[in-house]
Design a protein around this ligand. Structure first.
Ligand code: RIB
Ligand code: CA
Length: 307
């Protein structure tokens, strides 16, 4: 069966280890054309997330993929607590500086000049995306769909009710969910069901590409922390799930419903309130991920890292 035309995508990242893995899968997958990567403050300050993004792509041989820096802080709040695991400078070597300019301007220019086929893949706090919507609301009609890593139907990983990407900038997230474009939410309910066991990490490391070698190093770090340290059966590579779902949307079990974001709660700021039962009677604005077929996820991961 002939390979379908590759899907043009833009990643928005706060590189961290899982953003890096997601980028390497996207850069190498035959069904994806990675048009560029915009960076934002989140896991770490903007200079660190931008530097880590450059180091990841350059070490894997992708110096041709533009990297453009964006917002240095959330819309309203101060930049929250980045975790030690995600805020280190990567040690891979970079070969260039970021592309001059501002990510928000670049996003609007790329999207408005496109033929409407771009899939926008935010893997970080949604500050850049919200600012792009304010700069040019018409991007809503020009983006094919948004597939984002963030949120949760149940629970959180920064507070009991909020996932990190949304918790860092709830105001930006609310703007994104209210924009009216097609959204697929790849939240913690999905990513927690796609844990990569050590045996599968070994399969990645057996591949002979630079992408796989770098990914293997990043996954080894996660294995030490999450499997050895916390006794988990595998490692949670949040952002890779969103990229995989662009290639094979059918790997997700989703429910189309209304989603809004809590921005004022003392205990619930950053909560993605998913109206699965339709109780608000508000129109559905999001395909909420509820589950994932791990074998299809891992197959896309290997496709992106091999060959
Ligand atoms: O909660 C997980 C998300 O927060 C991932 O995108 C990770 O990179 C961090 O940004
Ligand atoms: Ca991220």
């Amino acid at each position: 069966m002939p390979t379908p035309m590759p899907t043009p995508i833009i990643l928005d990242v706060d590189t961290g280890y899982d953003d890096a893995v997601a980028m390497l899968i996207a850069a190498g997958h035959p069904e994806i054309e990675l048009l560029g990567v915009t960076t934002v403050a989140g896991n770490a300050p903007l200079d660190v997330t931008t530097d880590n993004t450059l180091r990841t792509l350059d070490a894997a041989g992708y110096t041709n993929i533009p990297v453009i820096a964006g917002a240095h802080r959330p819309l309203v709040r101060e930049l929250g607590g980045s975790t030690d695991a995600q805020s280190q400078h990567f040690r891979f070597s970079k070969k260039r500086a970021a592309t001059p300019g501002y990510a928000v301007d670049w996003l609007v220019e790329m999207i408005m000049a496109s033929d409407g086929e771009i899939v926008l893949v935010p893997l970080a706090p949604l500050t850049n995306i919200a600012l792009a919507l304010y700069k040019e609301p018409a991007i809503v009609e020009k983006v094919k769909k948004v597939v984002l890593m963030g949120g949760a139907v149940h629970g959180g990983n920064m507070t009991p009710t909020a996932e990190f990407n949304i918790w860092i900038d709830p105001e930006a997230a609310r703007i994104v969910w209210q924009a009216g474009w097609p959204i697929t939410m790849v939240g913690l309910d999905v990513t927690s069901r796609a844990l990569i066991p050590p045996d599968d990490v070994a399969q990645v490391k057996a591949l002979a590409t630079d992408r796989a070698r770098i990914t293997g190093e990043l996954l080894d770090f996660c294995v030490q922390r999450e499997v050895v340290g916390w006794g988990k059966p595998g490692v949670q590579i949040f952002d890779a799930c969103a990229v995989a779902a662009v290639v094979d949307p059918g790997m997700l079990t989703t429910h189309h419903c209304f989603v809004d974001v809590e921005t004022t709660g003392t205990l619930t700021a950053g909560m993605t309130v998913c109206d699965l039962e339709g109780l608000t009677e508000k129109p559905a604005n999001c395909h909420v991920g509820l589950d994932i077929d791990y074998s299809r996820f891992f197959r896309v991961m290997m496709e992106g890292l091999e060959g």
